[in-house]
Design a protein around this ligand. Structure first.
Ligand SMILES: [Mn+2]
Length: 196
């Protein structure tokens, strides 16, 4: 049995349907209306071996903000719901990921406590039809909705497409590690006894 979640969320700004299987193989079917964002979410699914089905109808006539932010909220909620009681998982995960001239770091603690540290400078306003400032909004929304301590740091790089794509791939790989089962962990990995 895979760890799965299905979430539907509808507001005046976005209408989202998302299905996630954390124990998938990386199959995705994603349509947010923003081509570059779809490309990033496909990379996330593929490199984390998550199955992700996602349809977003957002108010793109305003701008991409609500669509990207609300997708982060729903994906974070789905990660939290699919993980359930977090028994037997490694809890921590990290990745240092290269992409040509770019090198990024991602570290995760599924502590139950939301916190984002985002140390990434982007030098262009937009990649495709996605504003680069929304990358931070997306990861902030995930970290708060999932209850996740998330660090993202740009170590080196210049091409904004590469930097953003490397962030999504590093996040996927770090999350895949953090949700991984370790047979030595019989309960939750915390001296406190809980990671809620
Ligand atoms: Mn690319």
């Amino acid at each position: 049995m895979g760890r799965t979640a299905e979430i539907q969320r509808k507001t005046n700004e976005t209408s989202i349907v998302l299905q996630l299987n954390l124990d998938g193989t990386g199959i995705s079917d994603i349509n947010t209306g923003i081509g570059f964002f779809d490309h990033m979410l496909n990379s996330f699914a593929r490199h984390g071996f998550f199955d992700l089905k996602l349809n977003v109808v957002g108010d793109l006539h305003v701008d991409a903000h609500h669509t990207v932010e609300d997708t982060g909220i729903v994906l974070g909620q789905a990660i939290k719901a699919a993980l359930g009681d977090k028994k037997g998982i490694k809890r921590y995960g990290d990745s240092v990921l290269p992409m040509d001239e770019t090198l990024v770091l991602c570290a995760i603690d599924l502590s139950g406590r939301p916190y984002l540290v985002y140390d990434v400078s982007l030098t262009v306003e937009r990649v495709g039809y996605m504003d680069t400032e929304l990358v931070k909004e997306f990861f902030y929304a995930i970290s708060y909705a999932a209850g996740m301590n998330l660090h993202l740091k740009l170590l080196h790089g210049s091409n904004n497409h590469h930097i953003i794509e490397a962030l999504f791939k590093a996040f996927a790989r770090a999350l895949d590690e953090a949700i991984g089962q370790d047979t030595r962990i019989s309960d939750v990995l915390s001296t406190k006894g809980t990671v809620d």
